[in-house]
Write a protein that binds this ligand. Structure first.
Ligand code: ZN
Ligand code: ZN
Ligand code: ZN
Length: 293
C-alpha cells in the first residue's frame, strides 16, 4: 500500500462522494470524544443509534454514529477542529452496505485464507481487512484476533485494497451467530447477567420516580453498549458518575449498587474485561458522591 499523502479531510470527502459515511479519528486511531452537551446520557444519543435518541449535535459526537456522507456536515465549522487534529479517517461499513472482517494478526489471516471466500483485502498494521458486500451485526472477538465490523461500528480507512469484492458469505454470518449462542467467557457473562438489576424496591430513599430512574439508566446503558469499538470502559465511568449525580439530593438509598451492576453488565457485553468495568463504574459512583459531599 502506498502511503496516503492526502489530508484526512480530503480523503474523507472522496470516500463520502463514493457513498461511504465517514468520521475523523484522533490520536490513538479512535473517534473524538463527545462534546459537553453529549457527555454521559445528557442528549439521549443520535437518531441512528441502536437505541435511537433525539441528539442533533453538529459536532463529531457518539463515535461511529457521527459518520456521514454529507459534505456540508463534513466541512462544517463544528467538524473543522476535529479535522485539524485528525490523524486518520474511519468509515461506517454497515452504512456503506459493507462488512469488514478485521484480522488482527498473521494467524488470523492464515485462518481466513482457509475458512473464508476470497474478497477484497486491505493490509493493516499487523493483519488485514477482508471486505464483503452486504451488512450484518458487528461482533468483536468472534475468534482469536477476528472482529466483524459492519452495522453500528467503524473501521479505519486504509485505502481501497486489492481484489474483487465478494458477497457476504454465510461463513462470516455464522461467526456472529456462533458468538451469540456461546459467549466466549461464558461463565463471566452469565454470572453477572443473573445478578440484581435496579428495581424500585431497593431504592427506598429515592426522591425520583421509577420512570425517571429507568429512562436515565436505559439511555446510559445504550451509550455504553454503543461503544463496540473502544471507549466502553470510560463511557461506563461517565455514565456511572452522571447517574449517581442524579441522586445527589436524595436521602437514599437509591439502589446505586444495582445501577452500577447494570452498567458493568453493559460494558462487559461489548468486550470490556469485568475487573476493569467494575473499577470504572466504582470510580464513577465514588466521584459523584464526593462531588455531592
Ligand atoms: Zn455533541
Ligand atoms: Zn449527543
Ligand atoms: Zn435517588
Amino acid at each position: 500500500m502506498t502511503p496516503d499523502c492526502k489530508t484526512p479531510l480530503r480523503t474523507a470527502l472522496e470516500l463520502a462522494t463514493a457513498g461511504g459515511p465517514v468520521l475523523p479519528l484522533r490520536l490513538g486511531k479512535v473517534p473524538f470524544g463527545n462534546c459537553r452537551a453529549c457527555a454521559a446520557v445528557a442528549c439521549g444519543g443520535r437518531p441512528n443509534m441502536k437505541d435511537a435518541g433525539p441528539c442533533q449535535c453538529p459536532a463529531v459526537c457518539h463515535g461511529w454514529a457521527a459518520a456521514t456522507t454529507d459534505p456540508h456536515v463534513i466541512t462544517s465549522p463544528a467538524w473543522a477542529l476535529a479535522w485539524r487534529q485528525a490523524v486518520a479517517v474511519a468509515y461506517h461499513p454497515g452504512g456503506a452496505g459493507l462488512t469488514v472482517v478485521d484480522l488482527d494478526n498473521a494467524a488470523a489471516v492464515e485462518w481466513a485464507r482457509e475458512a473464508l471466500p476470497a474478497t477484497r483485502t486491505v493490509p493493516t498494521t499487523r493483519g488485514e481487512h477482508w471486505i464483503y458486500r452486504g451488512a450484518m451485526r458487528s461482533s468483536n472477538a468472534v475468534r482469536p484476533g477476528v472482529d466483524i465490523k459492519s452495522l453500528m461500528s467503524y473501521a479505519r480507512w486504509l485505502g481501497p485494497g486489492t481484489g474483487r469484492m465478494a458477497d457476504l458469505p454465510p461463513a462470516v454470518r455464522a461467526l456472529a451467530v456462533k458468538e451469540e449462542t456461546t459467549p466466549a467467557p461464558g461463565e463471566v457473562v452469565s454470572s453477572i447477567a443473573s445478578r440484581a438489576r435496579w428495581d424500585r424496591t431497593v431504592a427506598t430513599g429515592c426522591r425520583h420516580t421509577e420512570r425517571y430512574v429507568r429512562t436515565g439508566l436505559e439511555r446510559g446503558l445504550a451509550l455504553v453498549r454503543a461503544r463496540t469499538e473502544s471507549g466502553a470502559g470510560s463511557q461506563a465511568f461517565g455514565v456511572a458518575r452522571f447517574l449517581a449525580g442524579q441522586h445527589a439530593q436524595c436521602p437514599g438509598p437509591c439502589g446505586l449498587d444495582a445501577i452500577g451492576e447494570d452498567i458493568v453488565t453493559a460494558a462487559v457485553s461489548v468486550g470490556v474485561p469485568e475487573t476493569y468495568a467494575r473499577r470504572a463504574v466504582a470510580n464513577g459512583l465514588k466521584m459523584a458522591s464526593e462531588r455531592a459531599a
